[in-house]
Each structure stands twice: as structure tokens, then as C-alpha cells.
Design a protein around this ligand. Structure first.
Ligand SMILES: Cc1cc2nc3c(=O)[nH]c(=O)nc-3n(C[C@H](O)[C@H](O)[C@H](O)COP(=O)(O)OP(=O)(O)OC[C@H]3O[C@@H](n4cnc5c(N)ncnc54)[C@H](O)[C@@H]3O)c2cc1C
Length: 456
């Protein structure tokens, strides 16, 4: 049992780390620079919260394991359970995915609802203290080990310091100030720009209207990167996010937003935008690069210090994996503490690295295929692997087996390499088990009526 653990940052990763460590520490202190409000309100430390935040089922289940009952609580507050692919219409490189009840899902709700629900549950833990409006300004210790943190007010001594300060983490600098060498980084930057607007769904859409996603495919449109996603969230709202690579930025005014949607590989999102009623203006965001800070390779090992969430690895948000990777990492920390009374720092950081690996491999593997991406180019065999993947997609048509495996990979319950497993290859050789891919999104007749309906 730890005596005291300090968690830096009270965002998604920090809160989930607190749930993971609370059973294994006498006291846990979460230090957050923003006010730790109960209500779902926007805040300075999480500007990305204005954008679509889908929680894939691998991450959602990890969150439920850490915070039992949280998914039911979110559902009661209006979060949408979006079955994959039953309530999720996605355009693949050769047509739309088939629609049926699968084993994975996405949770659709605002980031504010997620955070405020977790905050409420965190307050119930008797050995967790949250210091709101308190900025961490450095670490305490030496190359022999980290012993605590410096804050804008009093310093805190801690046996284990967890950095969850997000993608702008200053921990690499703080460590070098204590005499550690620089932390090595891997960076793959697809130069993505985001624009999100919230809409009120048309009344005819009903409570089960599906999520819709159009991801550009380097195979279908080489060199062009345009994506669009509609996610139903609480209170009858839709969050629509458009994103583009270098040279194809979505507009952040109403007209530019609409015009970009019309350029997507299928008109369905543009039609749904016309059918819905805007709530507020679009917001833009220059998404960060995929960035992995290899704390697990740092020597000497910073004993008593672990990073997780975006502080460890930030992903291109187009894939919707950052929160889930943070949840899986927090769960991996808890598992290490369940296995050993006091697991070593290197073991903990490696557990985080392992939990983030699938999301990292998927994001960087896909992004490397676009010519505008900055970073290490594709490896020697990547071209062959990509062509194999394209052939599998093209040949497996509406195969449920292949669609299920894709959903597992997207939900972070299987590694991307699963798409090249013998079962998938055999399915592709056979040419799919369910006819050719669909040319149009498989809406029901009632859902299709929503398209083209003008705002009332
Ligand atoms: C545009 C966009 C869209 C995204 N969409 C998705 C999505 O659909 N699905 C998904 O899973 N993920 C998505 N993400 C990623 C997701 O936002 C992050 O992966 C997730 O928030 C990581 O959690 P975290 O706790 O590591 O960081 P954050 O949630 O960013 O939290 C960091 C916290 O640390 C605090 N902090 C920072 N510095 C200090 C300091 N010095 N002292 C004290 N406190 C500090 C901040 O105030 C903040 O509360 C998206 C990201 C972006 C940018």
C-alpha cells in the first residue's frame, strides 16, 4: 500500500488514475489547475471538450471496471449507447459497413457530461482529496527518485507521482531540471484541423438515430484528407465534427462548415446538417500531432514517477481514442497494484505503454499513409501491409466477420494486426460472406425521411 500518491491534472486520465490508485494508497491527492466544478461546464484546461468526444467500448469497459455503475449513470443522464455497427453508419474504402447488432459500442455524450459524472463519483472516495485551482510548477527529487511536486502554493511529498497534465505536459522539462536526460519522443503529425458544431436533431430523428462517419481513405482519394462525424449525444443534440489535413481545412463559419461537408465523399452529412438546427457557432482546433513520450526508456528510471493519458501519448483525435487509452492505462496501473504490493516504476510505465500501444499503432499506421503527414515515413514492409489491408477491405465486402474485427480494433479490444489474421485473409479470399459492399448508408426508411427535412 502506498502512503501518498499525487496525481497531476484532474482531467480524464487524472481522475481515472485516482480511481485506480485509491484502493492501493492511504491517501491520493489530485492537483488540478482549473476549478473542480460539479456542473458540466467548459473550462480552460480542456479546450478540446467543445469537440466530439466518443468513448469506444474498450475504454468504456475499462472506465466501468474502475468506476462501477458509471455507464448506467451516464445513460441515465442521456449518454447514447451506439452499437457498432448496429447504430453506426460508416463509409469504408469500398462502400458502407453493413448494419447489425455487434459486440462493440461507442458512448455518445458531451465531454462535460463525462467529466462531471466522474467528478461526482470521485468526491465519494474518502481517501481522495482534490486541490482545485492549484498549478503544478515542478517535481521534487533527484536522479535517485522523485519525491513530490512543487505547486503554486505548498509543495507535496508523494511516494508515487502520476503525471496526467495532458498533451502540454511539462514533465519532460521538469525531469531534466532535476538532472535526467531528455525524454525521447516519437512524433507523427498529420496536420489535422478540426471544426465542430452542435445541432439540435430534427424531431423526426427519434431517440435511436445512428452515428454517421465518413473517413477519407488514402486508397479511395489519394492525397485528400477530409473526415466528418455525427455523434448523437444527450438532450437530443448532435455533435458534428469535420476535419481535414493540410490544404483542406474545414471552415469555422456557418458557410465554410457547410461547404466543407459538401466535399466529403458522400452527401449524407451535408444533408443532415441542412436537416438539423444549429446551436451556437462552429469551433475550430488545430489538433496536436501523435506524440509519444517514451518515459519507459528514460535512464536512470525516474523512480516514483509515471505518466499516463495524453502526457504519455497524444493521438490524432480523428480516431477517437485518447480517453479510452487513458482509461485502459489507468486500469493497467490498478492491475499492477493488484498483482504486487508495490510495483516498480518501470513496470508501471511499461504497463501504461502497453495499454496505449493499440491506439498508437492504429493512429500512426493510418496517418503515415497520407502524403501530408510529417514524421518517419512508412517502413520497408508497410507498403505491402497497406496493400494487403486494401485488398482485404475490397474483397471482404459485407463480411460480418471482418466488420466485427474492424469494430474490435476501433474499440481498442484487438490490435490492428488482427486484420491480417488467417481468418480474415480466408474471408477475403472467399470474397466476403454477405454480398458486395453497400453504395449508400443503410438507413431505415424512417431515418431516411430525416434527410432533406428543413429546420422548423
Ligand atoms: C479536438 C479533439 C477531439 C478529441 N476527441 C476525442 C474522442 O472523440 N475520443 C477520445 O477518446 N478522445 C478524444 N480526444 C482526446 C482526449 O481529449 C484526450 O485524450 C483526453 O482528454 C486525455 O486525458 P488527460 O487527462 O490525459 O488530459 P486532459 O483531459 O487534457 O487533462 C489534463 C488536465 O491537466 C490539467 N493541467 C494541465 N497542466 C497542469 C498543471 N501544470 N497543474 C495542474 N493541472 C494541470 C488541465 O487543466 C486538465 O484538466 C480529443 C482531443 C482533441 C484535441
Amino acid at each position: 500500500m502506498l502512503q501518498h500518491s499525487a496525481i497531476l491534472g484532474g482531467g480524464m486520465g487524472g481522475m481515472l488514475a485516482a480511481f485506480a490508485l485509491a484502493p492501493h494508497a492511504e491517501a491520493v491527492t489530485v492537483v488540478e489547475q482549473d476549478a473542480f466544478a460539479g456542473e458540466p461546464v467548459p473550462r480552460r484546461g480542456a479546450p478540446q471538450a467543445r469537440h466530439t468526444h466518443a468513448l469506444v467500448s474498450g475504454g468504456a469497459r475499462a472506465m466501468e471496471a474502475l468506476v462501477p455503475g458509471v455507464l448506467a449513470e451516464l445513460a441515465a443522464a442521456g449518454a447514447q449507447h451506439i452499437n457498432l455497427p448496429g447504430r453506426y453508419l460508416g463509409l469504408a474504402s469500398r462502400g458502407w459497413f453493413p448494419r447489425y447488432a455487434g459486440r462493440q459500442f461507442i458512448l455518445g455524450c458531451s465531454r462535460e457530461l463525462l467529466e462531471s459524472t466522474l467528478r461526482g463519483r470521485l468526491r465519494e472516495l474518502p481517501n481522495v482529496t482534490v486541490l482545485g485551482r492549484t498549478e503544478v510548477v515542478g517535481l521534487q527529487g533527484s536522479p535517485a527518485g522523485i519525491t513530490g511536486v512543487r505547486t503554486g502554493s505548498a509543495p507535496l511529498t508523494a511516494e508515487l507521482v502520476v503525471d496526467a497534465t495532458g498533451r502540454r505536459s511539462r514533465a519532460p522539462r521538469w525531469l531534466t531540471e532535476l538532472g535526467f536526460p531528455p525524454v525521447r519522443e516519437s512524433i507523427v503529425d498529420p496536420g489535422i484541423f478540426y471544426a465542430t458544431r452542435v445541432f439540435r436533431a430534427p424531431v423526426d430523428a427519434g431517440p435511436e438515430f445512428p452515428a454517421v462517419t465518413l473517413q477519407s481513405s488514402p486508397r479511395r482519394e489519394p492525397g485528400v484528407r477530409r473526415n466528418g462525424t455525427l455523434l448523437p449525444i444527450e438532450d437530443g443534440l448532435w455533435m458534428i465534427t469535420l476535419s481535414g489535413g493540410p490544404g483542406s481545412r474545414p471552415g469555422t463559419d456557418a458557410e465554410g462548415f457547410r461547404a466543407f461537408a459538401a466535399l466529403l465523399p458522400h452527401p449524407v452529412l451535408a444533408e443532415l446538417i441542412e436537416a438539423a438546427t444549429p446551436v451556437g457557432t462552429p469551433f475550430g482546433f488545430r489538433a496536436d500531432a501523435n506524440r509519444r513520450r517514451h518515459f519507459e526508456r528514460l535512464r536512470p528510471c525516474p523512480n516514483g514517477f509515471v505518466a499516463l493519458g495524453d502526457a504519455y501519448a497524444t493521438f490524432n483525435p480523428v480516431y477517437g481514442h485518447g480517453m479510452s487509452a487513458a482509461a485502459l492505462s489507468a486500469l493497467a496501473l490498478r492491475t499492477e497494484f493488484e498483482r504486487r504490493r508495490k510495483p516498480g516504476t518501470l513496470r508501471l510505465q511499461r504497463a501504461v505503454a502497453g495499454a496505449a500501444a493499440n491506439a498508437w499503432d492504429m493512429a500512426t499506421g493510418q496517418d503515415a499513409r497520407y502524403p501530408g503527414t510529417a514524421g518517419p515515413g512508412p517502413g520497408r514492409f508497410d507498403g505491402i501491409i497497406d496493400r494487403l489491408g486494401d485488398w482485404i477491405s475490397a474483397s471482404s465486402g459485407r463480411s460480418r466477420l471482418v466488420t466485427d474485427i474492424r469494430a474490435d480494433i476501433f474499440a481498442l479490444t484487438a490490435p490492428p494486426s488482427r486484420m491480417r489474421s488467417p481468418r480474415v485473409l480466408w474471408q477475403a479470399v472467399r470474397g466476403g460472406d454477405n454480398g458486395p459492399a453497400l453504395p449508400d448508408p443503410p438507413f431505415t426508411a424512417a431515418e431516411r425521411r430525416v434527410l432533406g427535412v428543413r429546420p422548423r
